[in-house]
Structure formats: C-alpha cells, structure tokens
Design a protein around this ligand. Sequence first.
Ligand code: AGP
Length: 605
Amino acid sequence: MCGIIGYTGNREAGSILADALELLEYRGYDSAGIALSKKDGVQVIKCAGRVKELRKRMQEAKTDAVCGMGHTRWATHGGVSDVNAHPHRFGAVTVIHNGIIENYQELTEKYGLNGKLVSQTDSEVVAAMLSHYYQNDPYAAIRKTVLKLKGTFALAVMFDDIPGKIFAIRNVSPIVAAKIDGGAVFSSDVAALSAYTDRYFVLPEFHIACFGKEGIELYDLSGEAAEPEYMTVDWDTSRSDKGGYPFFMEKEIMEQPAVIRETIQTYLKDGVPDFSEGQIPDSVFRECKRICVIACGTAMHAGLVGKSLIQSMIGIHVDVVMASEFMYNDPVVDPDTLVLAISQSGETIDTLEALKFAKKCGATCISVVNVKGSSIAVNSKYVIYTCAGPEIAVASTKAYTTQLAVLYLLTARMAMARNLWDGARLEGYISELVRVPMVVEEVLERKDEIHHLAGSMLGAKDVFMIGRGLDYSILLEGSLKLKEVSYIHSEAYASGELKHGTIALITRETPVLAVVTQEKLKSKELSNIKEVQSRGAKVILLIKGEDLPKEDYSFEQIFKLPRMEDEFMVIPTSVVLQLLAYYVSADKGLDVDKPRNLAKVVTVE
Ligand code: AGP
C-alpha cells in the first residue's frame, strides 16, 4: 500500500508532487507528505489526512524546489498522525517508504535507536540506519542498510548534502520510473507518470537508481551499471481522470462495454480465442490435470465464476483458494496443476507469495493481471493481460468484468485444446461472448431504474443476497461491493443453505436481494425466495428476461435482466450489482472512491 512519487526537472516540484499524490491516493489516504531538495537541505511538509490537507500546509510554506518526493500512506505500524506521516528524517537523511520492515524492532535494538526515534513507524528505522551508514557514499549506505532489512520495501532517499538527487531501491513493492525532458520521474504506479511520458521501466529489485537533472543512473548492489528495460504504456491516459463523472467508480462502471470488448478482441484471432502472443502453448491447457486459482477479494470472486465455467464445460477439477490462506493449508499443487493467479494490480502480496509457493511446487503458472510489468506478471511463466486500463476507485469493477472475459476465453481455448467442442458449439459460444459488451450497454442505459432499486437498501442495516450456482458466485462479489462502498453489512448466501441457520436473521427490516438467472436452478431459487418472504423479508428480484414467477410473490422491486445464454448472464448481472452499491454509497454521501480503512493495492500480508 502507500503511494510514492519522485520528480527532478525544471519545473516547480511541489505542485507536481501534490497532483501525483492525489492520483495515488487510492493506494492509501491516511496521511500525506513531501520532501523538497533545496541547496541548504531538505524541507519536509507532512500531515495526517488527505492530500487536500497537505496542499493547505504547502501554501503556508515556501515550496520553490525543482526536486522532490512525496508519499501517501496507508497506516500499518503506528497510528494515523502527523508524526507518523512520511517523509521521515533522521540526521541528514530523509526517507519515504512503501512496504513493511518486519525486523524493525530487532533493528531498533541493534542500532541503539530506542528513545531516538520520534514516530512509531517501521520506516523511520530505515532513515536512522541510512544515517548511521552514510559517510559521503550514498550507494554504500543504501547497500549496507537494505541488506539488513527483512520485509518488503520501495524506498526513496534524499541526503541533505546531495541536493537535486533522489535515490531509490525496492524489494517486492513497486517502483516504476522514466527519464523525462530535463530530469526524471518515478512512482509506485504508472498512472502517476502518464502526465510526463508513455515510456517507463520497472526498477529491478535490489538495484539502486539515482534520479537527477541529467536523468537516471542505475546500479546493481555490486556497483555494476545496469540498463533499464523500457516499456510503453498502452493505456489511454485520459482514463486516469474522472472524465466528468463525480466518482471514478461510476466512470469505471460506465467504461465496461469498451474495456470488455477490447479484452475479448485482443485475444480473438480469426474468431477463436488465441493466447499465442503470450506464448502459451495448447499443451498447458491440454495436459493439466487440475486447476487452482489463487487470488484475493474481487479477483477471487472472478475465479469462482471461472471454476463453474471450467468444471461444467471442460470437466477439470478447479479449486479457488484465497491467496492469503493458500500456503497454510497444504495445497495439493504439483507439476500437473495449472495455477491461475488473478490480480488487477499485479502487486497483491498474498497472491504474489502464493504464486511463488506454487512455482516452487512445480506448477505451471499463468497470471491474469491488469498492470503491465507488475510483480505477479514478472513472476509468472505466462501472462494474460486484461485491458481494463487504469482502475482508480478502490472498489474493483471493470477489472473484475475483464477478468471474467479472460476466463470465458480461457475456457473456450481449453475446450479447443482438448477437442471437446465441435465448430458449431465454439461458434455459438464466441458469438454470445462477443454480445456481452452490447448487453452491458443495455444495462447501463437503465441506470436510473437501478438507482431506484438502490433506494430499497439505502436505510438498511443489513442486506442479504441469495442465489444458487453462478448466481451465488456473482452475489459474493455484489455483497463485497455493497459492504466496501456503503458500509452496510451485507452477506451473500447460497439460497439452499439459508435454512441451515442464517434464515434466523431474516426480519421485516432486512432487504433480501435475490438473483435468478439460471434456468436449471430457477424453481429451487424461487422456493427459497418464498421461504424468506414467509418470514417477512422484502425481496428485490433480479431475474432474467420475462421469466417472472406465475404465482403472486409481491416483490418489493423487480429488475428484468436482458437475456443471454445462462452462463453469460454473469457479467450483465454483476454490472447491476455494481451500480446498486455505487448508488447506495453516493446517495449516503460517502466518499465512494476511497472507502474508510481501505487501499487499492494491498502489499502487506
Ligand atoms: C475489491 O473491490 C477490492 N478492491 C479488493 O477486494 C481487491 O479485489 C483485492 O484486494 C485484490 O486486488 P488485486 O486484484 O489488485 O490483486
């Protein structure tokens, strides 16, 4: 978590840093700060709260430097306070840090820092160690320090007596960088560089970069010069602003027809799914005996849909495992296992660690990620990129539906590799998949109707969501969405499971959202709806097409979903659930894009 930005060039750094920090706030927004390199030393301005607060503090100070670094924090060690905000200074050294120094207590003892540190953070210890080792050689000080650190870090460092230069090094936590006219920029995320360049490189782990007016110097820890490997951002950078919408979440929901279409078209060649550009041979799909999906949160929910598709259409056993639990449950993963690591950011540490573990077990790993060159992508044998573009809102929407698009394509490619489908079946499947973006457009055109549905949940303390099979998988995601952006307690239940306990919670005050899109499950789903209605629940029904039950069910509200083949109902239905959560949050007057306690990129275990 935490966002880092650095700039050296010809322009006034303060406002550049503040603008970038606002873009990076999705990575953490507990506090913000900057350090400016001046001829007479380093000026630090920092405070608890958002970048808005920081800007106020900056107005009160003189910030006329052309070299500086900034940080936006998601608190781990030490509460949310001015003193715990980054940058941290110790002696003549100033540091910003993203990640966790696991052995900071041991280091505090070892370097006699008790009583000398002013914050409660693990990061200040790094500043103190750098100060301890610094004797006019920044590279030696950085090398000696990082070799003693356990944990993950992206560090940017300034030395008072080296004006105009910023040094950076990382382990696991990301830093991307680029040379620009008259200087250089670096950040935790490409989105913050896009105002300056569309060419960037990922700072290799344990390499020291020095950013100055002349550009970037890069060395490995033995002092050997290294060459950065530049990549091109192929994102439309206009996707990094709100484009007239009040919140990124709404904008990103609205972008879905375009990005789903782009994802599908990227991997369709001559009308069939084709992953040969990512060099994935069909043998990978043909020879695996089981599949294991590792992911967190929304990405894991995408995996659950993938499991249903693959198990029902290909007949291979699929496990979906929370990445944070993966290693601790003795997973059965071996060279016959195909591991799919799904992640928007490509930086989620739980998923990354699970992936590394799976690799050690000999599994073949494909990652489905959105961010090019991210750690999960780099650590996977094969990568399939989703084409969602930058996703800024903490609540994931377009990343989820593009992950689903990839999973639909993978399922079809697997069927081809195993000779399971005839031409007609493949053609029918692909033509329905290609129709998805259009159907999503239809749903989005009915946003006012969905806004009206949201009214039924606005005052609720708890919301239950019920469905079976694929409908249940979608509801797990719909429920997460509602919880995280509206703060309403919500649970998704497989509707057949309700009567084994949970039904005790159903009262007249509890809205129950029921989803019915799967023909083979419909009659059972309708019976389960009757059960909660008999206990007074007000049911909001999302149902495929005109398939309304004949009997009188007296629903609170009904939304008729556009018709698709059952297995393709997932994406249009999910979009309705995203909009529902969005409208509840916006109508409650909440900060939709930055829900409390959260951060977009979770780089701590
Ligand atoms: C969902 O809205 C959340 N932002 C969260 O669950 C997220 O999907 C999860 O943290 C995984 O992130 P990743 O896709 O970047 O790995």
